[in-house]
Design a protein around this ligand. Structure first.
Ligand SMILES: O=c1ccn([C@@H]2O[C@H](COP(=O)(O)OP(=O)(O)O[C@H]3O[C@H](CO)[C@H](O)[C@H](O)[C@H]3O)[C@@H](O)[C@H]2O)c(=O)[nH]1
Length: 312
């Protein structure tokens, strides 16, 4: 029998087959929403390349689903130039806004931004929403331009500025994704792993991606519009410890070789901010949301999912 769904709880998740989007889709479903994924691959409910499709194509999908909310978790960025990231984030966001305008019923928008839209803060200063905007890299700059487009559109929208996340399906180009895949490779070959990484100096606020997904669901239902909310745990963890914990969880013998990269762009979008901790107070107050999972569980489930993938 088909489950009865609340007609007000109908969401379209753009980028719903990506690392974050998949968890966002699952969290909406678990919360009783009728959720539809839009993405470029055949795994999406609606296959649509948002960098190419005109707004009316997305508007048609929103109408067909009778969407009351839309989440923008779309956008490639690993290894892309700033120009391509601009297309991936800004052009797509402008099209999403145009599509929402064209839809018969304008859905509420939850836009995923990043804490890298802010400038680096001195160690010990938690990141509040009034921290100076001063993105250091192309990723933060283009995500900020997308945030601006949303805030300037005067739409029923909220932007979540999200910190790093980890969990099942973490992208192989991210630090923990890279480490996880190298450990898996070592398991397959029956050898110890050698992990070649840029120096693990950073101390960052890491979320279980499933906590992040719940923040998105909370934002879709919250009575807040035209504002940004920072999403993180409120704890800063040395990434060296996270890498060590992942190695421990895997049980694989591993040696870490830290080497200074030729340039920061070769490392990752956030290679600039060394110490980062979100102030989670606004999220608690405005969204009624707090991170509740442990990072150990996030790493455990990330590793189990990698192993399961090899058995599937
Ligand atoms: O070899 C490495 C690789 C990474 N890092 C550091 O580890 C942290 C995490 O790096 P990732 O590559 O996993 O991710 P980024 O922080 O660069 O970017 C991620 O976090 C951002 C927010 O912080 C955005 O959300 C973005 O989508 C997401 O990919 C960064 O401080 C980075 O400098 C190292 O020290 N050595």
């Amino acid at each position: 029998m088909r489950a009865h769904h609340d007609p007000e709880k109908r969401v379209v998740v753009l980028g719903g087959t990506g690392f974050v989007g998949r968890h966002v889709h699952a969290a909406f479903t678990a919360a009783g929403w009728e959720a539809l994924t839009v993405g470029r691959t055949a795994a999406a409910d609606v296959a649509l390349d948002l960098t190419a499709a005109p707004p009316r194509a997305l508007a048609a999908a929103l109408d067909r689903h009778r969407a009351t909310a839309v989440v923008n978790a779309a956008g490639d960025y690993w290894g892309l130039s700033e120009e391509r990231m601009r297309h991936s984030f800004v052009t797509v966001t402008e099209r999403v806004l145009a599509a929402a305008d064209l839809a018969v019923r304008r859905p509420r928008l939850v836009q995923l931004g990043t804490v890298l839209e802010y400038g680096p803060l001195p160690e010990g200063t938690p990141l509040t929403e009034d921290a100076p905007i001063d993105p250091v890299g192309g990723y933060g700059r283009t995500k900020y331009a997308a945030t601006r487009a949303v805030l300037d559109a005067d739409a029923d929208a909220v932007v979540l500025r999200v910190t790093n996340s980890v969990g099942p399906g973490a992208h192989p180009s991210s630090l923990l994704g890279k480490v996880g895949h190298a450990l898996l490779d070592a398991v397959r070959r029956g050898r110890p792993a050698t992990l070649e990484l840029a120096p693990l100096r950073a101390v960052r606020d890491y979320l279980d991606v499933r906590d992040l997904a719940e923040a998105v669901v909370a934002a879709a239902g919250a009575d807040a519009s035209g504002r940004v909310v920072n999403i993180g745990t409120g704890r800063a963890v040395p990434i060296r410890r996270l890498v060590g914990d992942l190695i421990e969880v895997s049980g694989v013998r591993a040696e870490i070789v830290e080497r200074e990269p030729a340039s920061t762009t070769q490392v990752s979008p956030g290679a600039i901010a060394e110490w980062l901790q979100v102030d989670p107070a606004t999220a608690r107050r405005v969204l009624g949301w707090t991170a509740r999972r442990t990072l150990r569980d996030a790493l455990d489930d990330f590793w189990k999912d990698l192993l399961d993938g090899t058995r599937r």
